[in-house]
Design a protein around this ligand. Structure first.
Ligand SMILES: Cc1cc2nc3c(=O)[nH]c(=O)nc-3n(C[C@H](O)[C@H](O)[C@H](O)COP(=O)(O)OP(=O)(O)OC[C@H]3O[C@@H](n4cnc5c(N)ncnc54)[C@H](O)[C@@H]3O)c2cc1C
Ligand code: SF4
Ligand code: SF4
Length: 405
């Protein structure tokens, strides 16, 4: 039996639940391509999708469902399962400086490469042809992994070539958004090559992917045209570091993290991110985040400082790698009480507490839904007051009915 279109892709894209991960394109053998034209990466079906490809897409697409969090000695409704929680940074000053926060993700990936746990790392970096956008790459050299350090607030499809990477064999580390990692974990249930060839999955906390139009507005505010651009970073080179654009004639535009994220990027995040039930990478081996300091009012402060990453090892594999990287002196870490994350990441906690209210709005308006089992969405809802949940439920219903999610 063969299918022409993928019902899963049609439902997920139609329901604005697509994360842009690229998994469907990868497993569909050329029948699906990722298209950035909308400002987000979206699948376009150009040929018949086989029944086998559809089985994999239906079982792994993160717009349809999520991987249940793994077993761990501890779990928290907002912060996921964990074995160790700490605040840390790369001991390599270059990685710490170039990294988004403390360079922990890069330090861990580089350590895995140097010790032979993996022979390559799948990660993203700036697209040289369009520096506000992302390219996915597979690096075998530490220097190339370090070139990808830093957060890129733009669409990325790190799974778009995963099928070919698995076919190539060897051992690879995967760095992606929580939804990318969740999809790869679910693919592992259908494809034994994932567990055989991917001993390490790293994720970061994720507030959502903004449309590319937000980056264009930042460039406009900097008075640099997109076709003049030779490089663009969203942050990093300090913590948090400025959004920085360099034009061909040498002009440099800079904008603080607070202004670029709060004033532009956060306003254009895709709908799927607003209902994200696992934006903390609960199914990764290790996830990292900004270990923001709270200011006097209890909100995270974006004042420039030496970078530090929140580090959560989640699986036995992740904890083993973290322990090894610490013993080898690749990272330094200070222990942290899990409750302290509430002060560092209040907006993550708030969004998680509202996931059930917002996804209920999908159900009542008969929209395609996301399966949110296994990530403690119900438990997280208990931390939001009834009034707030009701307001979010009604607000989401209103936006869906008005066609402006
Ligand atoms: C879209 C987005 C939203 C985020 N939201 C939050 C948040 O709400 N709270 C929070 O604490 N942190 C958030 N972060 C993560 C945060 O900015 C840092 O990545 C995290 O603190 C880890 O820092 P690091 O210095 O350890 O990582 P680094 O050592 O700088 O490594 C970052 C890694 O992430 C990869 N990467 C960067 N952008 C992307 C992308 N778009 N898609 C896939 N891989 C990518 C890089 O290739 C690199 O391997 C977000 C990042 C992104 C990209
Ligand atoms: S979420 Fe990923 S697998 Fe699902 S439709 Fe979008 S790109 Fe394809
Ligand atoms: S917020 Fe969730 S759905 Fe959106 S990009 Fe991040 S992990 Fe994926």
């Amino acid at each position: 039996m063969s299918a022409t279109r993928s019902p899963t892709v049609d439902r997920v894209v139609g329901g604005q639940l697509c994360t842009g991960c690229g998994l469907c394109a990868s497993v569909a053998g050329g029948a699906i391509a990722m298209d950035p034209a909308s400002g987000f990466n979206r699948p376009v079906q150009t040929g018949p999708v086989s029944a086998e490809a559809e089985r994999r897409i239906a079982g792994a697409c993160p717009g349809a469902g999520l991987a249940a969090w793994p077993d761990a000695p501890n779990r928290h409704p907002s912060w996921g399962p964990w074995r160790r929680v700490g605040v840390g940074w790369s001991t390599d000053p270059d990685i710490r400086h170039r990294g988004s926060s403390g360079g922990a993700v890069t330090a861990l990936a580089v350590h895995a490469l140097k010790t032979g746990l993996v022979d390559r790392v799948i990660h993203v970096l700036a697209d040289p042809a369009n520096p506000t956008a992302n390219l996915v790459t597979c690096s075998t050299r530490a220097a190339d992994v370090i070139d990808g350090a830093g957060s890129r607030y733009a669409a990325s499809s790190p799974l778009a070539a995963i099928d070919a990477a698995l076919a190539d064999g060897g051992k690879l580390a995967f760095v992606g958004k929580p939804c990318d990692v969740s999809a790869l974990r679910r693919l592992a249930r259908l494809d034994p090559r994932v567990d055989a060839h991917v001993p390490l999955m790293l994720a970061f906390f994720c507030a959502g992917v903004p449309n590319q139009s937000a980056a264009r507005k930042i460039l406009k505010a900097m008075e640099i045209a997109p076709d003049e651009l030779v490089s663009f970073r969203y942050r990093g080179h300090g913590w948090p570091g400025d959004a920085t654009a360099v034009a061909r004639d040498g002009r440099v535009g800079a904008m603080s993290y607070g202004e670029s994220w709060g004033g532009y990027l956060a306003k254009e995040v895709q709908f799927r991110c607003k209902i994200c039930p696992d934006a903390v990478g609960g199914s990764s081996d290790i996830s990292c985040a900004d270990a923001w300091y709270g200011d006097a009012a209890g909100y995270p402060s974006f004042a420039e400082r030496d970078g530090r990453s929140l580090i959560m090892s989640r699986t036995a594999r992740g904890e083993a790698l973290l322990a090894e990287a610490l013993a080898a002196g690749a990272l330094e870490i200070e222990p942290l009480e899990v409750g302290e994350i509430d002060k560092m990441q209040p907006s993550q906690a708030l969004r998680k507490s509202l996931v059930r209210a917002r996804t209920a709005a999908l159900a009542i308006t008969l929209q395609p839904r996301l399966d949110t089992r296994g990530v403690m969405a119900e438990e997280a809802a208990a931390s939001a007051g009834l009034k707030l949940r009701l307001r979010n439920f009604l607000g989401t219903v209103r936006r869906i009915l008005a066609g402006r999610r």
